[in-house]
Design a protein around this ligand. Structure first.
Ligand SMILES: NC(=O)c1ccc[n+]([C@@H]2O[C@H](COP(=O)([O-])OP(=O)(O)OC[C@H]3O[C@@H](n4cnc5c(N)ncnc54)[C@H](O)[C@@H]3O)[C@@H](O)[C@H]2O)c1
Ligand SMILES: O=S(=O)(O)c1ccc(CO)cc1
Length: 491
């Protein structure tokens, strides 16, 4: 486990010498003290990234050359897969098979953006057809500059990869600030960059608290772009800092994603996708389908099966064989989720199962998966993100009513619809106000497909070619190819 920051290609002790506790959420015990960056370290990291961008070879080299570095980073991640997955379990609490799945996706993400970097060499110049034959024009795409990335704790290394890989592929340099709750694997990216021989200053990693390290990064005048994933309130602060000097921003914020289940659905498939859609990663997933809307005729049978299966889910520390649910990230998150359930019950919802600590797992932040029904439309549980293993279920009558209920939210990250009628699912998908719509499933995520939200769920898209566009500027270059006077003052 690392005790230093990664700045300008070197491991560096924080200038003010601080560190902070890192806890294992399965035990609540301190497992490490991570380096605490403050404004001076962030400044050093931004200056290093600035130099690497303004004076170094990185933004000027061919995409194919950058691709070689990205592939070397992917290879290093694959070589260290077991070590990184174990570190992720220790830091975040998730079950080991899911951590392995995440780390495999991290390597895949670097490989995918390596290919896009190579393709950029053939697609970075686009001729523009002009109506005036005296000019020829082209649009070129260029790296945007120095990017600051601020990320959360729910998929620690994967959230880093979603930003680092496209930024580097585009030719940007970066300062990465992971969550203080899960700094361990992000710091390992420094070692991975060294193994790949990445030029100094291209990737810098500063761990620390939000206000101490995140805020100076978001306010730093040397940063051209901020890429943020996290809560809406912090996103609003990032947007306000960016506004001061008009930084480019992309925001991936919260969600309250609906899952519409029509009466012609297969009940067993519906139950399986609901369970995965809300309980995977302990429900700490922004796109989690936390509002389930079930058509009247199916509602009672489906709820009964859902509760039956939710009760069977194995809850255990992430390294335990067969664990499906690990602990929540922190004591604070446990209390927040528990309070959301209590408030829901006082507001009229019925708790059918879960929401409590499982017997024998009193030490960590474990919680049994909860099913709430009859959740009032104006309740906090129905309207606000809980970010825990809690599903809210309501019934609906008609298709129009289901769509209206689904869209009645300030969020619009994801939505899902299930029915055996393909015309209906296509029609409903086109009416849902969300950046991601799954049909007959919930949550499958692909590096190739755009990811991001409508409304307060964010601005911009990550992943796919849209993720690369996030880190590119477009420049018009227009040449006069005619000798005659322009004629503005010569008559
Ligand atoms: N849309 C997505 O893809 C996505 C993914 C994961 C998490 N989230 C959202 O994030 C929330 C949970 O994550 P969290 O608790 O880490 O969120 P958070 O907003 O508290 O923190 C996110 C990051 O911002 C930093 N930060 C905090 N205050 C800051 C400040 N003033 N200036 C700059 N940086 C600051 C934190 O240190 C952390 O690195 C949930 O609400 C969830 O919906 C969204
Ligand atoms: O919705 S998010 O929490 O951002 C999220 C992150 C990663 C994945 C990977 O499968 C899915 C959802």
């Amino acid at each position: 486990m690392r005790t230093q920051l990664f700045i300008d290609g070197r491991w560096t002790t924080p200038l003010e010498g601080g560190s902070f506790d890192v806890l294992d959420p399965a035990t609540g015990k301190v497992i490490h003290r991570a380096p605490a960056a403050t404004a001076v370290d962030v400044d050093a990291a931004v200056r290093a990234a600035r130099r690497a961008f303004d004076e170094g070879p990185w933004p000027r080299m061919k995409g194919a050359q950058r691709a070689r570095y990205l592939r070397a980073m992917a290879a290093s991640v694959r070589r260290r897969l077991e070590e990184l997955a174990t570190l992720e379990v220790l830091d975040n609490g998730k079950p080991l098979p899911e951590a392995r799945w995440d780390i495999g996706d991290v390597a895949g993400c670097f490989e995918y953006y390596a290919t896009l970097a190579e393709e950029l060499d053939n697609h970075d110049i686009e001729p523009i057809a002009l109506p005036d034959p005296r000019f020829v024009s082209k649009a070129v795409r260029e790296p945007l500059g120095v990017a600051g990335a601020i990320i959360p704790w729910n998929f620690p290394l994967l959230m880093a990869a979603w930003k680092v890989a496209p930024a580097l592929a585009a030719g940007c340099t970066m300062v990465l600030k992971p969550s203080e709750l899960t700094p361990l694997t992000a710091l390992e990216l420094g070692a991975i960059a060294q193994e790949a021989d990445l030029p100094a200053g291209v990737l810098n990693i500063v761990t620390g608290l939000g206000p101490d390290a995140g805020q100076p990064l978001s306010e730093h005048p040397g940063v051209d772009k901020l890429a943020f994933t996290g809560s809406v309130p912090t996103g609003a602060k990032i947007m306000a800092s960016a506004a001061r000097d008009i930084k480019n921003i992309s925001l991936e914020l919260g969600g309250k994603s609906p899952f519409l289940i029509f009466e012609d659905s297969d009940i067993e498939k519906a139950v399986e996708w609901i369970l995965f859609g809300i309980f995977w990663n302990q429900g700490q997933v922004c796109s989690a389908t936390s509002r389930v809307l079930v058509q009247d005729a199916l509602h009672d049978r489906l709820v009964a099966r859902l509760v039956e299966e939710a009760r069977k889910i194995k809850i255990a520390p992430g390294m335990t064989e067969g664990a499906l649910l690990g602990p929540l990230i922190s004591h604070g998150q446990f209390l927040k989720v528990r309070a959301a359930i209590d408030t829901a019950c006082t507001e009229g919802a019925k708790l059918l199962c879960g929401g409590v600590r499982p017997l024998g797992l009193e030490q960590g932040y474990f919680m049994e998966p909860a099913v709430l029904v009859d959740v009032p439309l104006d309740s906090q549980a129905w309207r606000e993100e809980i970010f825990g293993p809690v599903v809210c279920v309501r019934r609906f009558d008609t298709e129009a009513q289901a769509v209206a209920l689904a869209n009645d939210s300030r969020f619009g990250l994801a939505a899902a619809v299930m029915s055996s009628d393909d015309e209906r699912t296509e029609r409903v998908a086109s009416r849902l106000r969300a950046g991601i719509v799954w049909i007959n499933c919930s949550q499958p995520t692909f590096t190739e497909a755009p990811w991001g939200g409508y409304k307060q769920s964010g601005i911009g898209r990550e992943l796919g070619r849209w993720g690369l566009d996030n880190y590119l500027e477009t420049k018009q270059i227009t040449r006069l190819v005619d000798d005659k006077p322009w004629g503005w003052y010569i008559k």
